[in-house]
Design a protein around this ligand. Structure first.
Ligand code: NOJ
Length: 748
């Protein structure tokens, strides 16, 4: 049945009087389709291939492309990834709709992680804004641009919680906290999916990677995950659950094992929890080749085994393992996989296709006019500039060193990253164009012409390419002397140091968390001639910059901020924007402290009982360099008058007053943490359970009220049951996870 036949069928069904909500309509249509699909066509829907261009031209004569071409023609492919461009997508869609027997349209997926052409800050940076509206708006912008190039499905948001800055993919998530991570995940899902998934400018989102991928041992990507039940239920799963409750349409499983079972074949996660307990009615896609990787894990013998294990465990779509397309039909025929599992998977996939509007109009997302109009649209630039400014975190500012005066004399700007127009775009920028970010130098030029730039030594030797490990310059000190001379002749030095754009991201784990290459040496050499340094950090993960913190007057965390990077940084340096970001991840003092996070358990030996036998390091403090939730402003906020009212145990009210006691307007993020003193499962020393971001004029104050319900006061026990236990709680409210006002209450 071709697409027009599908239309006829749906018209017919409507004529028969099948009314009700859209869901019921879709289900009836899916029932009819399932009845006429062959087993091979059903399995085809469960197969996803990576893009190749020949499909739209003459038929390829050999290799993978030939196989894919034939499969597309026969309706043995349900989705593609990495095919983009309104014309390209249309051509491939047309091929499948016209050539295959039933003409069921493909879904087109892409990693639209923080924008398509116009790039927002990397997700970790955006998380530092704690501004859910700005984050949702940024995802909206990503959906608008990517849908204009034919995409209708993004593999985002990554909602993996992670506590290990060595793991390169920390850049792609919302950091270390479950509560904040869940809120941000939901904001992103809403931004991508909008109110109406069938609108041509909304796309299906993916909560990934289900589950535990952020807990790769020693921060080494793809490594084993070995976590306890309490961590799984209380730390890892809640952001996924929140995404499901907010109708995320797909979930991607992960490369790792949990309790020795790879996620792709994990029936406990996918069938029992996700589809069972949570009632998820979208579909699960495997990660790239994660099915076939079960052979390397030592879990599957071959791809036949992979097909059986993954399908039985509830992995609905196979991304690039070729396991389903090759073996699943036979495995069903031999009784190794129940046909009901296949029907269920196909139903889920077709459901999303209906919801996206693809079954009505397969070319809905393929309008070249929209493509021309929307890419790099000025509105999108405004959106990403707004969130970029909000993402910057002021880490240190001694004696009001910042902001700089607009007509400041003699500024030296040092470091290759200051002129870099690509690194600020960060990792995951498949659709964007290199060299399109506003550099720090370009941003600064809008405020002053009074600066001298000296690149210093090269940072990277040779090109920086996605598929290659870039070589960092460790030896060539050319440029040192000039940088030192320029710094010595200036009043203020802006040093832009950190990581290049793809030094974080997938496969980019680091064993060290210092400034890579010669940067620390350069920093110290410049400091020796001029200590008036503002360090602007450009990076995709927390770094251990302990020396800088001990010596420099000002440090600005600017992450990889996307297309408008330099404009946002300059606005903060010159005080046009008062920084309001707060760290979504703890910064360690040294790499040996990692994993370090704000909400550990207390241990049985938390404090010094004597010199030796307590939980500590002999050569480093237990304290982080900068804690979770920390970030300064050009003004000061004073917290006072904590008031706790626990008379209604279902709605415990906590109030504080926050006053802007400084001279300039600013935004603050008031954060509420609780500690459940004694419980049947040990609870963390503190847990974020509320936050609010607001602006205050100088002298202005505001009473902030938080309401704690069962959802905030309970936790999952080790059988996965959510329990709320009576007893004493501490409550802490402040502008960071450390310090703050303390109150108490008892839950009866
Ligand atoms: C592998 C990554 O883990 C996943 O996040 C991504 O979506 C897929 N590749 C597709 O590119």
């Amino acid at each position: 049945m071709k697409n027009h036949q599908l239309k006829l069928l749906s018209g017919f069904l409507l004529l028969l009087g099948i009314h009700g909500n859209l869901f019921a309509q879709y289900e009836a249509k899916i029932d009819s389709l399932l009845r006429i699909m062959t087993l091979e066509e059903k399995v085809g829907q469960m197969n996803q291939y990576n893009g190749f261009w020949e499909a739209t031209g003459t038929s390829p004569s050999s290799g993978d492309a030939k196989v894919k071409y034939e499969h597309l023609k026969k309706g043995r492919v349900g989705a593609m990834l990495n095919v983009r461009g309104a014309e390209n997508v249309r051509a491939l869609q047309e091929f499948v709709v016209k050539e295959s027997r039933l003409g069921i349209p493909l879904i087109f997926g892409l990693d639209v992680i923080h924008g398509h052409k116009t790039l927002a800050p990397i997700p970790l940076a955006e998380a530092a804004s704690w501004d859910l509206k700005a984050i949702e708006q940024s995802a909206r912008m990503s959906a608008i641009e990517s849908s204009a190039v034919g995409i209708n499905w993004t593999f985002a948001p990554m909602v993996d919680i992670t506590r290990d800055a060595r793991w390169g993919r920390v850049m792609e998530g919302a950091g270390e906290d479950t509560y904040l991570g869940a809120k941000i995940g939901v904001a992103r899902v809403r931004g991508f999916q909008g109110e109406d998934l069938s609108a041509p400018n909304t796309i299906a989102a993916t909560a990934k990677h289900f589950a535990g991928y952020g807990f790769a041992e020693a921060g080494r990507d793809y490594n084993t995950v070995d976590i306890g039940t309490s961590t799984l239920y209380n730390i890892i799963l809640p952001p996924f659950k929140a995404a499901v409750e907010n109708n995320v349409r797909t979930v991607m499983n992960s490369f790792n094992v949990i309790n020795g079972i790879p996620s792709t074949a994990n029936a406990f996660l996918q069938r029992d929890i996700l589809k069972g307990e949570w009632g998820f009615d979208g579909f699960v896609v495997s990660d790239w080749g994660s099915g076939a990787e079960m052979i390397d894990h030592g879990f599957a013998r071959d791809t036949v085994d992979v097909a059986v294990l993954a399908a039985n465990a509830g992995s609905d779509m196979d991304m690039e393992s070729y396991a389903y397309v090759r073996h699943l039909k036979r495995m069903v025929e031999e009784g190794k996989v129940d046909i009901a599992y296949v029907d269920d998977a196909v139903r889920r996939i077709l459901r999303v296709k209906y919801e996206l509007g693809l079954m009505d109009d397969p070319y809905r997302y393929c309008d070249p006019e929209r493509e021309k109009e929307l890419l790099y649209h000025p509105d999108h630039m405004a959106t990403v500039l707004d969130v970029a400014k909000k993402s910057i975190v002021l880490l240190k500012n001694e004696k009001g060193f910042l902001p700089l005066e607009k007509h400041q004399k003699k500024i030296a700007v040092i470091g290759p990253l200051a002129a870099d127009k690509t690194s600020p775009l960060g990792n995951w920028r498949i659709g964007s164009d290199d060299g399109t970010a506003v550099s720090v130098l370009e941003g600064l030029s809008k405020y002053t012409e009074n600066y001298t730039y000296s690149k210093g030594p090269d940072f990277v030797v040779g090109p920086i390419e996605f598929a290659l490990e870039a070589k960092i310059n460790e030896t060539d000190t050319t440029g040192f002397a000039e940088a030192i001379r320029v710094a010595g002749a200036s009043e203020v030095v802006i040093m832009v140091l950190g990581e290049h754009g793809i030094q974080s991201g997938e496969g980019r784990s680091r064993a060290r968390l210092d400034l890579p290459g010669l940067q620390q040496e350069l920093l110290e050499a410049v400091y020796a001639v001029n200590p008036n340094i503002v360090l602007v950090l450009m990076n995709g993960r927390p770094l251990a910059i302990t020396w800088a913190d001990e010596h420099l007057p000002a440090i600005v965390e600017a992450w990889h901020l996307g297309s408008q990077s330099g404009n946002a940084i300059a606005a903060v340096l010159f005080g046009d924007y008062n920084p309001s970001g707060k760290l979504p991840m703890t910064f360690p003092r040294s790499v040996g402290q990692v994993p370090i996070y704000y909400n550990p358990y207390n241990t049985g030996r938390p404090g010094p009982k004597d010199e030796v036998f307590w939980s500590h390091y002999t050569d480093e403090s237990n304290k982080p360099l900068y804690p979770f939730g920390y970030g300064l402003s050009y003004t000061h906020f004073e917290y006072s008058g904590i008031h706790v009212d626990a008379s209604n145990p279902k709605a415990v009210k906590v109030q504080v007053t926050v006053k802007n006691t400084g001279k300039v307007a600013g935004e603050e993020v008031a954060q509420l943490y609780i500690r459940d003193r004694v419980a049947s499962v040990v609870r963390p020393v503190k847990e974020l359970k509320g936050f609010e971001k607001f602006a205050l004029a100088p002298g202005e104050s505001k009473t902030v009220e938080f309401v704690l319900t069962d959802a905030e006061l309970g936790f999952y026990d080790n059988s996965g049951k959510f329990v709320v236990e009576p007893g004493e709680f501490d409550v802490m409210v402040g502008g960071s996870s450390e310090g703050g006002l303390v109150g108490k209450f008892e839950l009866q």
